[in-house]
Design a protein around this ligand. Structure first.
Ligand SMILES: NC(=O)c1ccc[n+]([C@@H]2O[C@H](COP(=O)([O-])OP(=O)(O)OC[C@H]3O[C@@H](n4cnc5c(N)ncnc54)[C@H](O)[C@@H]3O)[C@@H](O)[C@H]2O)c1
Length: 265
């Protein structure tokens, strides 16, 4: 999909990776990006991006808790109404939690997994080609934690594994339900964003792992752009790691042995 002229909605768009994805889309001449985030400082980020890309491109901030279906749907309504349609959805908002933090762990499951499910369904509905919209692409942000568990972070690890699994189902629905919406999954390794400051000493610990270093958000954004642009990628599970760079989890093209076609909403 050529990104020029397209409209994108990014959850967690004010955070480290979300902002890097927005920047990469604007560099590729996306027409508009809506940053959907619970962080009230989002307007500052939107203004910063508007100044960086001053031509006819637009950046909007929409304050929203994406774990609330109706509020999240409001972000899709806003973006569609303001820009005339949506072509790219990135379900990126996520948090970490330690196992002894029960309330925070519940929030992590709700944000990292439930909200990704909601954003995937909303993306399918708001880009549904069979209902007269233009089709498009969804990128769900999981993590390498989906494959290599992070000790003491059950909610984070479990929710990210769930994102990989639900992406495979949504991808098979692209043709089954004729949505015309590709769905891919991005699994970065540790990346230099504020999430690494959640537990003190994380950065030092990562740098001590042999052969490991913390990735730059711009490098992860290169992988993100491939998942958006390459029309042959649907159900792709992309890894971004310091060891292998950008590659794919080997069973990314696996299709279900049987399919149950749910009736359309
Ligand atoms: N940085 C890493 O090392 C790393 C590695 C693998 C995967 N990831 C994933 O990348 C994604 C982005 O994380 P990041 O590294 O940019 O961290 P970040 O903390 O910089 O960004 C997360 C963003 O999500 C927003 N957010 C939190 N709760 C929300 C809610 N209820 N509704 C809407 N927005 C909400 C935050 O305000 C923040 O802007 C996450 O899903 C994270 O799990 C990060």
């Amino acid at each position: 999909m050529p990104v020029a002229g397209k409209v994108a909605l990014i959850t967690g768009g004010v955070g480290g990776l979300g902002k890097a994805f927005a920047t990469a889309l604007l560099q590729a001449r996306a027409a508009a990006v809506c940053l959907v985030d619970i962080n009230k400082r989002g307007e500052e980020t939107a203004e910063e991006l508007r100044k960086k890309f001053p031509t006819n491109q637009t950046v909007e901030f929409y304050e929203c808790d994406v774990t609330d279906y109706n509020l999240f749907k409001g972000a899709f309504d806003f973006t569609e109404k303001k820009f005339g349609g949506i072509d790219i959805v990135c379900n990126n908002a996520g948090i970490n939690a330690l196992d002894h933090e029960i309330d925070k762990s519940i929030k992590a499951f709700r944000l990292n997994l439930e909200a990704v499910f909601l954003g995937t369904r909303l993306g399918q509905m708001y880009m549904d080609k069979s209902k007269g919209r233009g089709g498009g692409v969804i990128v769900n942000v999981a993590s390498m934690a989906a494959f290599m568990p992070i000790e003491n972070c059950m909610a984070y690890t479990g929710s990210k594994a769930g994102v990989v699994a639900l992406t495979k189902v949504a991808a098979s629905e692209a043709s089954l339900e004729e949505y015309g919406v590709r769905v891919n999954c991005l699994c970065p390794s540790f990346t230099d964003t504020p999430i690494l400051d959640y537990v003190e000493g994380t950065r030092e610990a990562i740098n001590m792992i042999p052969g490991h270093h913390i990735l730059k958000p711009e490098f992860v954004a290169e992988g993100f752009m491939q998942l958006v642009e390459k029309e042959d990628l649907n159900g792709a599970i992309m890894r971004v790691t310091p060891q292998k760079g950008i590659d794919f989890y080997k069973d990314h093209k696996r299709v279900p042995s049987f399919s149950v076609a749910p009736s359309k909403l």
